[in-house]
Design a protein around this ligand. Structure first.
Ligand code: C2E
Ligand code: MG
Ligand code: MG
Ligand code: MG
Length: 277
């Protein structure tokens, strides 16, 4: 009896696995054409100085309009990575973001434009030349472009990574480490990386209360960053209370729902003009 039940459970499990695998394949096939079908859209989440709350930049966050729904990048970026689609997709993101940065520069309202770079994109042999080419063809001032990479990226093959990061810096762009504190950075490597900014992962911010353990971690990251001459920004800042603790811990900049959600261009434009007014 028990064995039979186990057998059935296994069969259902198999069926479910199959259905999931098919769904995944369908999603991958759709994702393959997403760029051509104009289904990808960049959203922009404002970043602000912690005291003045002046906007200093925006992070570009990709959205996929698929079958009437908005698919989260958490779902399709891993799929894009595994299938290799991240390469054409990442190129589209880079180009679109740099074109937008250039438009803001031409309008006399330049903003830092931060672009997420995935592991596979960063490791692609032509990544450096792609960045160089996109900077050239869009004629953007690279001083306003920031590339976000994760700890897992920088921990692989450190010598090669340092060289590549330096070559990117030589192109004039800024570099930040995203989701900082969640990977296992060797802190001694951090010193050798030619980076500009640490982004404190939102998992340390969500339950932030003065004096609690997350506050101790944030405090340590801010001190480390500042001692290495880096700017420190906190992600996932949702409340005034988070903001107050972060200010007390001397964090430099904030990003999160408290200040603004990620916005499509038209809404961001309205947000920007309301900030100036
Ligand atoms: P990330 O780069 O760490 O981006 C921050 C994520 O936190 C975004 O989720 C953002 O919408 C969300 N967020 C912002 N403020 C708050 C807040 O106050 N509270 C909470 N709970 N969440 C907040 P999103 O847009 O769903 O992106 C998820 C991840 O997908 C990103 O994490 C990044 O790793 C990846 N991703 C997004 N866009 C791109 C892209 O263009 N290229 C690549 N390679 N990856 C991307
Ligand atoms: Mg990011
Ligand atoms: Mg992050
Ligand atoms: Mg994240």
């Amino acid at each position: 009896q028990a064995q039979q039940q186990g057998g059935n459970a296994l069969r259902y499990y198999d069926q479910e696995m199959n259905a999931r695998a098919i769904e995944r394949l369908a999603l991958e096939a759709d994702l393959r054409y997403a760029i051509e079908r104009n289904q990808l859209q960049l959203y922009f989440q404002p970043q602000a100085h912690i005291h003045s709350l002046q906007i200093i930049g925006v992070e570009c966050l990709i959205r996929w309009h698929h079958l009437g729904k908005l698919v989260s990048p958490i779902e399709f970026i891993p799929l894009a990575e595994e299938s290799g689609l991240i390469i054409p997709m990442g190129e589209w993101i880079l180009r679109t973001a740099c074109q937008q940065a250039k438009a803001w520069q031409d309008a006399g309202t330049p903003l830092i434009v931060a672009i997420n770079i995935s592991v596979r994109q960063f490791q692609h042999p032509h990544f450096l030349s792609l960045v160089r080419q996109v900077l050239q063809t869009t004629a953007v001032d690279p001083a306003w472009i920031e590339l976000e990479i994760t700890e897992s990226v920088v921990m692989q093959d450190a010598d090669h990574t340092i060289e590549l990061l330096q070559q990117l810096r030589d192109l004039g762009v800024m570099l930040s480490i995203d989701d900082f504190g969640t990977g296992y950075s060797s802190l001694s490597y951090l010193r050798r990386f030619p980076i500009n900014k640490l982004k404190i992962d939102q998992s340390f911010v969500g339950n932030l209360v003065s004096g609690n353990q997350d506050a101790a971690i944030v405090d340590a990251i801010v001190r480390l960053g500042h001692n290495l001459g880096l700017t420190v920004i906190a992600e996932g800042v949702e409340t005034e209370a988070h903001l107050a603790v972060l200010a007390q811990l001397h964090c430099d900049e904030i990003q999160g729902y408290y200040f603004s959600r990620p916005l499509p261009l038209a809404e961001l434009t309205r947000f920007l003009s309301s900030q100036i007014a």
